[in-house]
Design a protein around this ligand. Sequence first.
Ligand SMILES: Cc1cc2nc3c(=O)[nH]c(=O)nc-3n(C[C@H](O)[C@H](O)[C@H](O)COP(=O)(O)OP(=O)(O)OC[C@H]3O[C@@H](n4cnc5c(N)ncnc54)[C@H](O)[C@@H]3O)c2cc1C
Ligand code: FES
Ligand code: FES
Length: 486
Amino acid sequence: MTVATGVTRFTVNGVGVEVDAPGGRRLLDVLRVDLGLTGAKEGCGEGECGSCSVLLDGRVVASCLVPLCQAEGRTVTTVEGLWADGRLDPLQVALLETGGVQCGICTPGMVVAGRAFLDAGGDPTDAAIREAIAGDLCRCTGYTRIVEAIRRAALATPDGSVAVNSDDRPPIAWPPPVPRTPARWDGAAATTISPRALDEALAALAAGGARPIAGGTDLMVQLAHAAADGTALLDLSGLDELRGIRLEDDAADPAATDGAPGGMPGAPATLVVGALTTYAELRASTLVAEHLPVLAEVAATVGAAQIQNRGTLGGNVVNASPAGDMLPVLLVTDASIVLRSVRGERVVAADAFWPAYRRTACAPDELVVAVRFPLVPGRVVRARKVGGRRAQVIGKTIVAAAWRADGGLLRDVRVAAGSVAPTPVRVPGAEAALEGACPDAATADRAAAAIAAGITPIDDVRSTAEYRRLATGRVLRRMVLEAGPA
Ligand SMILES: Cc1cc2nc3c(=O)[nH]c(=O)nc-3n(C[C@H](O)[C@H](O)[C@H](O)COP(=O)(O)OP(=O)(O)OC[C@H]3O[C@@H](n4cnc5c(N)ncnc54)[C@H](O)[C@@H]3O)c2cc1C
Ligand code: FES
Ligand code: FES
């Protein structure tokens, strides 16, 4: 086990660096203050604006939410690192040519997020580009010119000679900054414990004084507003036991993992998703796409690329926000949460996992290791979030529903909602209105009225209770109508 109170070693823009600072220090501060790389900007400091974006092992992340310890052994690329051959990156040239830069505050983050999209080789459609930069806010340009610039850069050959003429790329008039030798930093950020095996992590938790951190997309925001209390961060990112998505076949031995299908046709099975599985991994999983695609659909609506590349299912479950997008899905799929401690393993049904506002069944010495989703033949699962805009939004209401269609009728109905009560909730009244019913307009109206009556929303900064009741009913009504005729 590594207790990271000292040096973290990683590569920044091709240069190996050693940083002597507490492992809980934000990567953004390390880059800007300790290493003198000021391309990444601090805007919101909470993962919302994208101005601090960098690439971590090639994936775009918000460096304000990454603790230094999670950079250990990894590769960081900042906007300064894109000036490869002494000339601007073709995307930077395209931004200049299209007028995609005005005040420039968002530009480093846009360039980094755009470069991640280009390097992934995706189809540069308008929708795909907008999704790729959805985590990067620009208050000046209206985005159209930025989207155009990314499209032009996508059409450029690697040397930029098609849409962006490489001869026209201005040479950089000053040498790109290389990371400087960091000064010793003496601020009061959390120390970290970085176990490499689950047993070590559980022993550290049992000893007390340590708080787990996975992707940090909730915790780093909370810590930024909290007084230091001497608690160490227990970095879960090195625990392979918490990774992976696999199919457990209840009848036969072969258990499939992503990319390796297996199991007996028709046998009851369970999809087991490791706690450290990120939203990006849920979206990319062939097992999820085949067996429980709603997980990928919901993952695609969580935050934007910077959050999806870091945020984990386990973090969403333990953070226990009533607005956690995944939680209603866990309720309607009869999922269960696997907990491990030095005392052993136990499994808690999602129904019993969130007993009160921001409370969970996870004891302080326990870790969530996985979520188990029983796969029910013929079960349809739907989920929808209503927010102020498409990306980077916390739901005003979240509705999930599951059923089996049987002879034109809905059977085994489950309905759950988030953001409309102190915890994510099942709504028995709406389930009763749908159970055994034909999914027609009258049933849809009854279900909408029942769910509106069965939730306890409040007025807050995101919405009013009245709107939440109305929208929750409307969403369920539409789901029912889309289900019929069954
Ligand atoms: C800009 C932004 C947008 C967001 N958008 C959304 C959204 O649209 N929908 C949504 O639902 N959420 C959203 N979130 C919240 C967050 O991204 C998710 O809740 C995410 O799943 C948290 O996972 P994490 O790995 O980052 O958790 P962390 O921040 O690492 O941890 C969260 C909590 O869980 C605990 N924990 C983590 N893993 C474990 C484990 N395996 N065992 C025990 N305890 C554990 C930590 O101690 C901490 O208390 C957003 C956050 C930001 C900053
Ligand atoms: S500073 Fe806004 S996302 Fe990091
Ligand atoms: S150019 Fe000003 S915020 Fe984007």
